[in-house]
Ligand binder design. Sequence first.
Ligand code: F3S
Length: 431
Amino acid sequence: MTVTLQLTPEEQAMLEGAEGPGVQKAMEIVVTLGRIYGAVDLVPVRHVQIAGVSYKNLGEAGVAFLHAWAESGARVRVPTTLNPAGMELDRWQAMGIDPAFAQAQMKAVQAFMKMGITPTMSCTPYLFPPYAPHGGDHLAWAESSAVAWANSVVGAYTNREGGPSALAAAIVGRTARYGYHLPEYRRATHVVEVRCPVRTIADFGALSYMVGKRVGAGVPWFADLAAWLPPLPEDLTQGGAAGDRLKTLGAGLAAYGAVALYHVAGYTPEARDLGERLILPQASRVIIDSLDEGYQVMDADPEVTEIDLVTIGCPHASLSELRYIAQQLQGKNLATRLWVTTGRMTRERAQKEGLVAIIEAAGGEVVADTCAVVAPVRSLGIRTMATNAGKMANYAPMHSHVKMRYGDIDQCLDAAITGRWREKSSVISDR
Ligand code: F3S
């Protein structure tokens, strides 16, 4: 059966160029995707998140493409925010970024801003009160870790958009209704039983590797993971012990597999509402007995002991992570570089609580707008890194050609204080 994409008169007029060539191009992209995926209509979106913002990803051709689109008069018609750039926008000199890179990066950000996009420069729009989504919202988000959060933790609806398709959705205020916008595509394809302890954020990262590799683009149903999760906080924009684990889990599932939605039995909103009816009858079973395989892959370079950069905050650090780090670093002196990467809106909240001052007094940096994957860290002399973030452990060696150590946050902070990676102490971290 051929499905015909129905457009409203307003949408049809945009497609025919009534609102200018920039809007027409955007509508062509949205409509083409809708036809490819068999959408019946378009759905208005409440918020758009654009990814692929770093000049490291865009290159000259990408920047020229953005400028041309902005020049054609295209403007966003729904709140739209940006992923991290390759540097902190107003502190790039202090970071040691090459002026040529900085100039090209600023040109890209200016093109986005000309189209009316807010330069939040973060992969965690869900931690910012003005943009945090609600259950049932339709979104067009391009950051894969944020997509997993919105669909799974909040119960909003979004596909994993590409950079141009998210921008097109922002310009027309709609996206094609297919995939995760439809309830029938939100059912679980795999039932995952976890039979080992999953205590720390790093454990959740290791789990994300093992499950992501096994389920690919499927929808995992975690049958018993709620036992390792504290209750979800009322205010999800602070992260909290549960949010920080789920932030890492979703990011790793999306990075190691292509997961855009997962359910935790009795815990995440749709799993709470619909229960096991969400599981497809033909769902496969995945059993995880141990996290060793994940740790072996992510702690990729065990011969490395000297650490150039410890990086925490992938996805960008939450207020609760900043609170924990400040508490651990109070009165300490760091021996190596520490980046706590976060969104500028979260950093402002942390500044008000005095957390940034404590971390900086120890010699650490609370870096906004960027991260160690999208910033040109090789050119900053960084060759070895340590992290507690599952996605960072995979992406930084790939994108920035660094050697990586992986462990829990206390091991990472110990490495920042001593400059050396030491095996797990007898103290068992629960962060
Ligand atoms: Fe965000 Fe960078 Fe990680 S964009 S999800 S902190 S790789």
